[in-house]
Design a protein around this ligand. Structure first.
Ligand code: GCO
Length: 264
């Protein structure tokens, strides 16, 4: 049956930072396709709340407390997860932060912090998860959460754009170096989604809300669940010859220059 191509039964997926938002929607999607879910966060209370939320949805998610930027912590967490749960077949590098600060006001420490979480974190995670995948010789999938900012600049997000542009290139390099081990590394590039991360620029009459609705050919913000199809595809056998690709799920933003706000 063709559905078997997308079946994740027997697979284990680690989705970093999947305590809320896009990561949680993706993890729930992978669980729906049959995968065993592991998540992490740096806050114990967020982790606990999320595990309960998965449970309410009938998903038995294993939660681990560690920081993706801490190389030693990552190494030992991966070891523990593989012993306590199962070998990681699918890694989704989702954990990320954003700082919206005008370029001329940004300090290097803020820039570095964003690069650390959004770019060095995925490097560290991929480095140590891939090492185990290679040793087992059964292939694997790495999915990096890219962004519109992997392609476009925007006021106030220089650090985030630099990190997400870098993450796109890290994805291509992982694809280059890991393909021979049957590991595929791809990215998902979400457009603008109604999540907590975009709340500050979406609600309360913020002009960015109108701008995004007008700028997106689909004429609306995305809903987190709309990323599930892309995630399942990139995590499954269906994408075994897809490598180094960033799949933009953006309602068409990157396809268009946009239009004046008063145009039908
Ligand atoms: C912003 C947004 C974005 C999005 C997303 C776009 O301030 O422009 O927060 O960066 O969250 O990553 O793809």
């Amino acid at each position: 049956m063709i559905q078997e191509l997308f079946d994740l039964s027997g697979k284990t997926a680690l989705v970093t930072g999947a305590t809320h938002g896009l990561g949680m929607a993706i993890a729930k999607g992978l669980a729906g396709a049959g995968a065993r879910i592991v998540i992490n966060d740096i806050f114990a209370d967020k982790l606990e709340k999320a595990v309960a939320e998965y449970e309410a949805d009938g998903i038995d998610a294993a939660g681990y407390l560690f920081d993706v930027t801490d190389e030693e912590a990552v190494k030992s967490a991966i070891q523990t997860i593989e012993e306590e749960v199962a070998p990681i077949d699918i890694l989704v590098n989702n954990a990320g932060i954003i700082k919206r600060i005008p370029f001329l006001e940004m300090e290097a420490k803020d820039f570095r912090e964003v690069i650390d979480v959004d770019l060095s974190g995925p490097f560290i995670m991929s480095r140590y998860v891939a090492e185990k995948m290679v040793a087992r010789g059964q292939g694997g999938k790495i999915i990096n959460m890219c962004s519109m900012m992997s392609e476009l600049g925007r006021n106030t997000v220089s650090a985030y754009a630099a990190a997400k542009g870098g993450l796109k290139m890290l994805t291509r390099n992982l694809a280059t170096e890991l393909a021979k081990y049957n590991i595929q590394a791809n990215g998902i590039g979400p457009g603008y989604y109604a999540t907590a991360q975009t709340e500050a620029i979406r609600v309360g009459g913020h002009p960015f809300n109108e701008f995004i609705i007008n700028r997106t050919p689909a004429g609306r913000w995305g809903q987190p669940e709309e990323l599930q199809g892309a995630a399942i595809f990139l995590a499954s056998r269906a994408s075994d010859f897809v490598n180094g690709h960033v799949m933009y799920v953006d309602g068409g933003i990157l396809a268009t220059l946009g239009k004046p706000s008063n145009e039908e």
